[in-house]
Design a protein around this ligand. Structure first.
Ligand SMILES: [Zn+2]
Length: 165
């Protein structure tokens, strides 16, 4: 089983068509949990908080996120089932859009359903920064990146694009 770490060279960048596709429902298997472990272990080296499978060219409905100790990190078949009407403006970057930061309105609270690393169906509510991370990653699984003004309106509007490098 491949357990190598992913690096910047593995990251699919906008406008790759894979980033615009809705990731298909994916079976929970040893293979997918191993992939998730490799993705999670890669976050520090990528200087990232979250990573979706389609960002490394994998056609799976999976993302991982480092939300801190004791928080969920493996999100298979993730969906947002609730989002607060209250939104918060915050800065987001994306590995797939390197060199840019965006100011994005994102729900203060979201509830996600997903299958965890043990194959258990979970429903978890996230607030603040964690809610932003989970929304960003579920957007990836739904074929949306923060650059897509039109499609993004449902979950967050790009208010400012900082293109200075
Ligand atoms: Zn991203």
């Amino acid at each position: 089983m491949e357990l190598r770490l992913f690096t910047d060279d593995d990251i699919v960048t906008h406008p790759d068509s894979g980033l615009a596709q809705v990731a298909p429902a994916t079976a929970w298997t040893d293979e997918i949990t191993d992939l998730g472990r490799a993705m999670f272990s890669s976050l520090a080296g990528l200087n990232a908080v979250g990573l979706a499978a389609n960002q490394i060219g994998r056609d799976a409905r999976l993302f991982v996120a480092d939300l801190g100790e004791g928080e969920p990190w493996f999100f298979l078949n993730a969906q947002l089932v609730a989002r607060s009407e209250n939104t918060e403006e915050g800065v987001e970057g994306c590995l797939s859009i390197p060199g840019h930061l965006f100011l994005v309105n994102s729900p203060e609270v979201v509830t996600a359903t997903y299958v965890n690393e043990h194959g258990e169906e979970c429903t978890t509510t996230f607030t603040g920064y964690d809610a932003r991370v989970v929304r960003h990653e579920v957007d990836h699984l739904n074929g949306r990146v923060i650059l897509d003004h039109g499609v993004l309106a449902e979950s967050g509007d790009v208010l400012v694009e900082d293109t200075d490098e």
